[in-house]
Design a binder for this molecule. Structure first.
Ligand code: AMP
Length: 144
């Protein structure tokens, strides 16, 4: 299965925040959308970084509550691993497991066109298994 298939099902919405957004505002965005990470972008299409709840928790532990008024640019990961709509979901699952991140932005023609989470990848694997199972049951029941 390809990444574009996941996007077709879940849509292309991506929560983005500008680099100067404070960590406090980021937390409001994550809570409002019930998500674990936001892409850092000055314009909603180019990618400056990615910031997840894990970044906030680690830095809060190191720096204390003053962190809440600092810009997300200070805690984001600037080297972002992205994927394309034509990439294979299984390859991405392997990368996410090995590199231990749960969110990968989808980029086409240098523009942000979606985001895939480890939850989306697991759901697509379960859907595929379920569909295979249905085909097998159907095949067995049709057998003379
Ligand atoms: P996550 O598992 O997504 O909560 O992220 C764990 C760590 O990996 C955090 O430090 C994130 O900033 C970073 N991270 C998340 N997604 C990516 C990505 N696609 N590319 C690079 N780093 C990432």
């Amino acid at each position: 299965m390809r990444i574009r298939e996941i996007l077709r099902r879940k849509g292309d919405a991506v929560a983005t925040v500008r680099p100067e957004t404070t960590v406090r505002q980021l937390l409001a965005v994550l809570a409002e959308h019930n998500i674990g990470a936001a892409v850092v972008s000055p314009d909603g299409t180019s990618i400056t970084g990615i910031v997840s709840e894990r970044d906030v928790v680690r830095r809060l532990h190191e720096h204390g509550a003053d962190l809440l008024d600092r810009p997300v640019a200070e805690i984001m990961t600037a080297e972002v691993r992205s994927c394309g709509p034509g990439d294979d979901v299984e390859d991405l699952r392997r990368t996410m497991t090995e590199r231990r991140f749960r969110h990968v932005p989808v980029v086409e023609d240098a523009r942000l066109v979606g985001i895939v989470s480890i939850g989306d990848v697991v759901k697509s694997a379960i859907d595929e298994l379920e569909s295979e199972r249905e085909h097998l049951v159907d095949y067995i029941q049709r057998a003379p």
